[in-house]
Ligand binder design. Sequence first.
Ligand SMILES: Cc1cc2nc3c(=O)[nH]c(=O)nc-3n(C[C@H](O)[C@H](O)[C@H](O)COP(=O)(O)OP(=O)(O)OC[C@H]3O[C@@H](n4cnc5c(N)ncnc54)[C@H](O)[C@@H]3O)c2cc1C
Length: 293
Amino acid sequence: MLDNKNTYDLIIVGCGPAGLSAAINAQIRNKKFLLIGGEYCLEKIYKAPRVDNYLGFFAIQGSELKNKFLEHVQKMGIEIQNKRVDAIYPLGKIIQVMVQGEVYSTTALIIGTGLSTPKYIKGEKDLLGKGVGYCATCDGPLYKGKRVIVLGETEEAQEEANYLADICDSVIYLSLHGHPENLKENIKIGEGKPLAVQGEQVFKALETDKAVYEADGLFIIRKETPVQDILPGLNVEKGYIEVDRTMQTNIPGVFAAGDCTGPPYQIAKAVGEGLTAALNAVKYIDSKGEGSK
Ligand SMILES: Cc1cc2nc3c(=O)[nH]c(=O)nc-3n(C[C@H](O)[C@H](O)[C@H](O)COP(=O)(O)OP(=O)(O)OC[C@H]3O[C@@H](n4cnc5c(N)ncnc54)[C@H](O)[C@@H]3O)c2cc1C
């Protein structure tokens, strides 16, 4: 059951230039919003040795520009939740967002998740939703009393495996992040590098270079899952989220901004699209008769 504490006018996913720009404009428009970014914000800008094309900041070091952006949002009293969004469910009037076990509800959503190019495992995409999933807390109950495998790219994946260990018949954990230290005792450790996801209509097994592990379900927990894989029904063309000039996607109330909508991959474009998305999200929220802090 959602309480008011977890209900927002707007949720912004991503704390790069697009997400932060959307956030400052949502703040100025006095909306109740939540800003969720990954583990590190502005990581790409931090890596830029020198930025020459962002107006007003000629020849600035990426790390310095990062600090200036963060200082800006902090001065406006905006908090960033450094967490991973695992699933997004558009449910008509509201949109539900799953964030590492928490459920949030929002009227509008802005995706500013940048470019994400994970190395999919052979067969993974074909069996997505047919035994292969990315969110254990969302889909875990479907595997009550069954056998599951968790493929963990991050330490946090252990939490998902521990949750499954309480409801599933058996859990195998395959780590891609070094030796897992925080698993429950009833979880078995798998071995090897993943090679292929096996199954015809439904998932049957995960093949590694050391063994083949049979199970009913496979959860792949990456650092960041591309948003099109966690938001069913989102129109994506050649890997980019389709938007109109208001940054609205094909899903009512869902907007997108920045690198995730396509090139040019530039800070100024991300900032501009973040602003456009925020102002149009505000219009959308107001049209629904929602939206005051
Ligand atoms: C080395 C380098 C140098 C560059 N130099 C320049 C330059 O000189 N000038 C210029 O204009 N541009 C430059 N760029 C490009 C610029 O950094 C990008 O265009 C810009 O960062 C895009 O912003 P964004 O907000 O769209 O995405 P990003 O900056 O990629 O931010 C995406 C955010 O989404 C978060 N995220 C993703 N998935 C999830 C999820 N499931 N849950 C929660 N959070 C999630 C990430 O953690 C991140 O915070 C450079 C990039 C690099 C790498």
